[in-house]
Design a protein around this ligand. Structure first.
Ligand SMILES: [Ca+2]
Length: 392
């Protein structure tokens, strides 16, 4: 069973020299768009086949390059996964989605896009290799948010916030080929890159460099300081007529996930009766075959529990024993047996929010005043916030 940790896979490499002491490395930051953590061949996905990596040599000048792909963001070519030979019977449908051919076909189309992303990555690595830059490049491969499916992307659940993460640095990682289960957050990347470049990390940064993990020879859980992580959710798209957020904060630990929902009266995935600018009703959920299916068949006894869980309102607190319930279906927040752990996690999370000066910890919500821009947006582009406030 997978642990609820950010997954750090240090790809196979042959370098053994330590970090940035003698030569500043290149940085290649590769970020896919909408990919949950478990959908990589490195994480054991039985369908996705990532091309093998090759080793190479040292560089001349350092560079920092951000490779941002469109995959596996929607839209998808319908049936591309199945047409490419993916066996729909082998697809693992997350238990919070209806399991039928329409959904399996769509998950296959998503996995097909991941393979396309992997091909971009393979080309980038081969280019580094051809130029003799591979080992002196710190390569970080991750995603921005989880799979674009109901109850995944734009939620606080692990299918929304637990990203794939593989790091390769031939000349900077002491013992490559390890799987590290420590919790890593996106805020840790900037301090990591600065330290690798020999630049002092500003105190204002709330992340911590990953260098100690690179220097370690251990696998599994290594750094006690990385025993948890806190993430947050404010706005995805404009999904309510007043532009209000659906604020949530989450603490992930080895055994439990605690979620605080600051506005339980609000529709978490967008209002049912408000048509967002580009995703229809419930517009925090991307247009997709599973979304259409769940909306169409929401009263079907087979579909209704999935629909309510993915589209419905959320309680103020959620607690999941993630080691036993990775899909986060059984909310233990009101179970008296878990009252102590819930209180502990809420306190631990609150301390982190205060430490990092999260405005939510002070009851503030400055994000509402931030403009939202989107190509093709029918009423917000360049006119925020005056115009949208007049909408019914
Ligand atoms: Ca995204």
């Amino acid at each position: 069973m997978k642990l609820p940790t950010i997954f750090l896979f240090v790809a196979i490499a042959c370098g053994t020299l330590s970090a940035a002491d003698n030569k500043r490395p290149n940085i290649l930051f590769v970020i896919s768009d909408d990919q949950s953590w478990l959908h990589t061949s490195a994480a054991g996905d039985p369908v996705v086949k990532t091309p093998a990596f090759l080793d190479a040599r040292d560089p001349e000048k350092p560079f920092c390059f951000w490779l941002g792909t469109k995959e596996p963001h929607r839209g998808y070519g319908f049936g591309n996964g199945a047409k490419s030979g993916m066996d729909l019977d082998k697809i693992t449908v997350p238990p919070f989605l209806p399991d039928n051919e329409r959904v399996r076909n769509d998950v296959a189309d998503y996995l097909f896009e991941i393979q396309w992303f992997d091909q971009h990555l393979d080309r980038a690595l081969k280019l580094l290799e051809q130029q003799g830059e591979l080992d002196n490049t710190l390569i970080v491969v991750t995603s921005d948010n989880g799979m674009p499916f109901p109850r995944a992307k734009a939620t606080a659940y692990n299918y929304g916030v637990h990203m794939p993460l593989a790091i390769r640095w031939g000349s900077g990682i002491k013992k490559p080929g390890r799987i590290v289960d420590d919790f890593v957050n996106h805020v840790d990347f900037a301090p990591t890159f600065l330290e690798a470049a020999g630049i002092e990390v500003p105190k204002a940064m709330s992340g911590t460099s990953l260098n100690n993990l690179f220097q370690s020879r251990e696998s599994g859980f290594i750094d006690p300081q990385r025993s948890f992580t806190v993430t947050g959710l404010e706005r995805h798209v404009i999904s309510r007529p007043d532009g209000e957020m659906s604020p949530r904060r989450v603490i992930n630990t080895r055994d439990f996930v605690y979620i605080r929902n600051y506005a339980p009266d609000r529709w978490p995935m967008g209002s049912a009766d408000f048509e967002g600018s580009h995703q229809g009703n419930f517009s925090d959920i991307d247009y997709s075959p599973p979304k259409s299916l769940m909306l169409e068949l929401q009263d079907d006894p087979e579909i209704e529990p999935h629909f309510k869980r993915a589209f419905g309102k959320l309680p103020g607190e959620e607690l999941y024993r993630i080691t036993q319930d990775p899909a986060q279906l059984d909310n233990l927040a009101d179970n008296p047996e878990y009252a102590t752990i819930k209180t502990q996690l809420a306190k631990q999370m609150e301390e982190r929010l205060v430490d990092t000066q999260d405005p939510r910890a002070k009851g503030l919500a400055p994000w509402k005043a931030y403009p939202y821009y989107s190509n093709g947006d029918k009423y917000l582009k360049g006119k925020y916030p005056e115009e949208y406030k007049t909408l019914p």
